[in-house]
Design a protein around this ligand. Structure first.
Ligand SMILES: Nc1ncnc2c1ncn2[C@@H]1O[C@H](COP(=O)(O)OP(=O)(O)OP(=O)(O)O)[C@@H](O)[C@H]1O
Ligand SMILES: [Mg+2]
Length: 247
């Protein structure tokens, strides 16, 4: 469903220019629950931002259902981006808006009519378990509830691909389990492909079917989740999975 070909993204800083992503290629199949792991600074968020169309790569291509993401064609890019939902690291909710209005926001930008907005938002509120919280402001929500709002908002356009950047890293273990259950439910019900970044190895183990390991912007290994836990090949995967590194 999504193919990443030879992606390179460099950042220019005051000191130097460096590659946050370097020649990364992989494919995500329809229905995958695809995990990306790597150390802090490995380039995980950069990778997700490029895939979502938020930032443009320096080199390489992204194909969605066989169609190349053309970063110059803004109209088409907008349409392709509707196929993609994004749950940002740290929720990114609008603090001055209620739960209902946060979820409705992307639809208001698209100038959908009130009736359509209400139908979509009401459905999503039930789906993510926020009934009764419609008129509450984010400041009064728990972390898990905020994440539910962010997930609902990411689903408003019925995306085929959901990108999640550290969806559970700010949550306690019980709330993490609830969010995992919610994501499993959405994956099954909506048939949505998911691509998620996590540094929590247990989340990767429970939730994903494939894991990509990246380090310093480079592709390290990609395996079925079960295989990578049983037999991580790279030193970095062993380190991330808490296995003993051979001296
Ligand atoms: N806008 C930017 N300008 C310059 N450098 C950046 C920018 N965004 C990220 N970087 C750098 O690029 C590298 C990759 O950053 P990125 O945020 O993708 O890492 P990450 O794997 O998501 O890390 P974390 O696990 O801490 O979230 C880091 O060295 C970071 O400092
Ligand atoms: Mg990050």
């Amino acid at each position: 469903m999504i193919e990443i070909r030879n992606l390179t993204k460099s950042y220019v800083t005051q000191e130097n220019t460096f590659n946050a992503l370097e020649d990364i290629s992989f494919t995500v199949e329809d229905g995958d629950l695809f995990g990306i792991i790597g150390m802090s600074g490995a380039g995980k968020s950069t990778l997700l931002n490029v895939i979502s169309g938020l930032i443009k790569p320096n080199q390489g291509e992204i194909l969605i259902d066989g169609e190349i993401f053309d970063y110059e064609d803004e109209k088409r890019l907008k349409e392709l981006r509707k196929k993609i939902g994004f749950v940002f690291q740290g929720y990114h909710l609008l603090m001055q808006k209620t739960v209902y209005e946060n979820i409705a926001f992307p639809l208001r930008i698209q100038k959908k009519n009130e009736e359509e907005i209400k139908q979509t938002v009401d459905e999503l509120i039930i789906k993510v378990g926020l009934v009764g919280k419609e008129n509450v402001y984010p400041a009064k929500l728990s972390g898990g509830q905020k994440q539910r709002v962010a997930i609902a908002r990411a689903l408003v356009n019925k995306p085929r691909l959901l990108l999640l950047d550290e969806p559970t890293s700010a949550l306690d273990s019980l709330t993490t389990k609830e969010i995992i259950r919610l994501l499993q439910h959405i994956h099954k019900e909506e048939k949505v492909t998911m691509l998620l970044i996590t540094h929590e190895i247990n989340v990767a183990r429970i939730l994903t079917n494939k894991v990509l390991v990246i380090d310093q912007g480079r592709f390290i290994e990609l395996k079925n989740t079960e295989d990578i836990f049983l037999n991580p090949e790279s030193e970095i995967a062993k380190l991330l999975l808490g296995k003993e590194v051979q001296p």
